[in-house]
Design a protein around this ligand. Structure first.
Ligand SMILES: Nc1ncnc2c1ncn2[C@@H]1O[C@H](COP(=O)(O)OP(=O)(O)OP(=O)(O)O)[C@@H](O)[C@H]1O
Length: 660
């Protein structure tokens, strides 16, 4: 708001008396005048030697006035660009009881600066130690954010490391309604068709709220979301964006991974900032003072906050310590109640939308993505970014073992447990899982009963264990004014089915019943548990199983299971769902079971009129390839198959004799 054309000299002189009393951060003014060549070393030393700020200010003003118009202009320019620190915080209007005698903020905004040809002049906003500390924080935040993605890259094979980075997430503000949240408690059987049920998990794209907008807003933010939904990824994106910003503003950003950081209840602010996060190389006091006096330049992220037991964290969240600092808290829905206040803008993190899943998979898998796109269960599972990551990692694996669908779930379970176990190392993960066996099987039991009842609402809370809870999302139902009931559901229905299969493994006497249930109209949905069971019972029984169920028990069950399964479906008198059996046998990776099925089919596979997605093609090709002695009569008349599916099938054609 430039409104005067006075000379700089006259302008400074006219306000001299007010400046003497009110200028702050004198070292910043002196440093900038020195950098601009207005002051020389000797003058700087003289000013520094003055004992009182009042005298220092007088000395600075006298000198620039004496040096004339150019020096005064530079002085005004410095005050203008550093005004937040050198003129102090402007008093908000309602807080003013009396008319201020002279408003220096208004005064500086009225000076008409020339169009500056030298736009790249950088002014120091604070003392050198403060700027150095800002640089140090930027290096640290850049490192933290790149380490986050590097850790994910380790999941991928040496030749398949994708370029992992932030993919936009669906973020809902308090006002908008979350699409996948279950609104009412319905412990009834779902009447929804399976595809419809699956699609319900996909959050609807909203007008995008970008991490950079979140970073810009002055508001405090509470990011709430289910485990693995992307809260930390979003926080790291903000760290990265901040680190990449130019350094025109002197500001600070701190990040605390609350799950892996010990913040004691007696810690002070400087302990938290300097000991826990990063220590200034020099001028600790000066830096702390700048942070306290200019707390509007501070952003603090508390990632994965569960409680406010640490007094320093509580006082920061409650704006008691750094009242103008921006605080960003991420938490799971279970804990949100503790932090929700009107100080915070609540945002729900809802994971990937349909479109972003496609973008993500295409970047990660290229053409292989079609295997996921054609499988609605897997596709919708990917709305949880953590699950999407495992899907991508499993499909990109160039191991000799083909990737079965169950393999993906096993990996998801293992990595969820690892992430929620205070960073258990890979080599210790099996013993960690063994120790959690009881809790995991308790979850599996609850999952089985819910699946049998065809509901997503778990009838009871399996246990309080945070590892187990990382597979679930809570639903809060207000039962009365002072009573809230919490029920839980899996983040995706197929995860529930996977755990149901785990329970069956521990209770093999129930398996025959379940196989029979698959043939009934009322319980036919139990069929979806069977492919998981096939893989879990396979001879190449994956590690997860050995930690939970003794190998001998698995072996005993698998001895009879595959034949029993095939016989049950053949004995039903109904049309045998060959494709379903192929899928089960592909999961099992069991050649003998394939031969048993082919035998039953008299080596004739009639798939005419079927629609085969690439995964089914893979399964059919696997079964056909197992027949070493006899060729298979394969009928593919009027079959719908994609180019990729055809490629899968072509691998088994040497075993085929065409159906006539
Ligand atoms: N926006 C995203 N873009 C790409 N990948 C993502 C994104 N969000 C999450 N991911 C992937 O999912 C994994 C889990 O996400 P993240 O750690 O952010 O979940 P979270 O919500 O913080 O979970 P928790 O409550 O368990 O802390 C990440 O390691 C990352 O690989």
């Amino acid at each position: 708001m430039a409104c005067t054309a006075q000379s700089a000299l006259a302008y400074v002189e006219s306000a001299r008396v007010h400046l003497v009393g009110e200028l702050k951060n004198l070292s910043v003014i002196v440093e900038n005048l020195y950098q601009q060549g207005v002051f020389q070393d000797e003058e700087v030393s003289e000013i520094q030697a003055e004992k009182h700020d009042y005298n220092k200010t007088r000395h600075i003003l006298n000198s620039v006035i004496k040096k004339g118009e150019k020096a005064c202009y530079m002085f005004l320019k410095i005050i203008d660009t550093t005004r937040k620190r050198t003129l102090g915080r402007p008093t908000p209007l309602p807080e003013r009881n009396t008319e201020p005698a002279f408003d220096l903020h208004y005064w500086i905004s009225c000076f008409s600066f020339k169009e500056d040809p030298q736009t790249d002049v950088e002014y120091f906003q604070g003392s050198r130690p403060c700027h150095e500390y800002q640089r140090k924080l930027k290096m640290k935040t850049r490192k933290i954010s790149s380490e986050f993605w590097t850790a994910n890259k380790r999941l991928f094979g040496e030749n398949n490391k994708p370029d992992l980075s932030y993919t936009p997430l669906v973020l809902d503000t308090q006002e908008s309604v979350s699409p996948y949240k279950i609104k009412k408690y319905k412990n009834k059987k779902s009447r929804m068709s399976r595809p419809k049920k699956m699609k319900k998990y996909l959050p609807v794209d909203r007008p995008e709220i970008s991490p950079s907008e979140l970073l810009k807003t002055d508001k405090n933010i509470l990011l709430v979301g289910q485990p693995g939904i992307g809260k930390t990824a979003l926080a790291h994106e903000m760290l990265k964006l901040w680190a990449e910003r130019d350094n025109k503003d002197l500001d600070y950003m701190f990040y605390f991974d609350m799950r892996n950081t010990l913040i004691t209840s007696t810690m002070s602010l400087d302990d938290l900032l300097f000991c826990v996060f990063s220590e200034p190389d020099r001028g600790k006091e000066e830096v702390l003072q700048d942070i306290k006096e200019n707390s509007d330049n501070v952003t603090m992220i508390f990632d994965g906050l569960t409680d406010l037991s640490s007094s320093v964290v509580r006082r920061l969240v409650e704006k008691d310590l750094l009242p103008y600092a921006k605080v960003i808290v991420t938490c799971r829905p279970d804990d949100e109640e503790d932090f929700l206040s009107e100080n915070f803008l609540k945002m729900e993190v809802n994971g990937f939308s349909e479109q972003t899943i496609k973008t993500y998979l295409s970047a990660m898998l290229g053409d292989e993505q079609k295997k996921v796109l054609s499988n609605l269960e897997l596709f919708t599972l990917c709305h949880v970014p953590m699950y999407a990551l495992m899907v991508a990692a499993c499909f990109s694996e160039d191991s000799p073992q083909p990737c079965t669908i169950t393999e993906i779930y096993i990996n998801i379970v293992r990595s969820c447990l690892q992430m929620n176990s205070n960073k258990t190392r890979n080599k210790d993960l099996n013993s960690f899982i063994t120790n959690k066996c009881e809790e995991i099987l308790r979850l599996a039991e609850v999952a089985f009963h819910a699946t049998e009842g065809k509901t997503v609402n778990l009838p009871e809370m399996p246990c309080e264990d945070s590892c187990v809870l990382s597979f679930l999302k809570p639903l809060f139902i207000k039962a009365a004014l002072t009573e809230t009931i919490t029920t839980y559901a899996f983040l995706h229905y197929t995860m529930q089915e996977f755990f149901a299969a785990l329970w069956l493994l521990k209770n093999p006497d129930k398996i025959k019943d379940v196989l029979q249930q698959c043939l009934t109209e009322e319980k036919k949905h139990m069929k979806h548990v069977i492919p998981f069971l096939c893989r879990l019972l396979s001879e190449k029984s994956p590690c997860l199983m050995k930690c939970l169920i003794p190998a001998q028990e698995i072996k005993n069950t698998s001895k009879w299971f595959f034949k029993e399964m095939i016989n049950t479906f053949f004995a039903s008198g109904l049309d045998v769902d060959i494709l379903f059996l192929c899928q089960c046998l592909y999961e099992s990776q069991c050649p003998e079971a394939c031969i048993y099925l082919l035998d039953k089919l008299e080596y004739r596979l009639d798939l005419s009129g079927e629609s085969l997605d690439p995964n089914l093609c893979c399964a059919v090709a696997y079964v056909v390839t197992q027949s070493k002695e006899r060729k298979i009569s394969l009928n593919l008349e009027d079959v719908m198959v994609s180019e990729q599916g055809m490629r899968q099938l072509s691998g088994c054609l040497q075993n085929v004799q065409w159906y006539v």
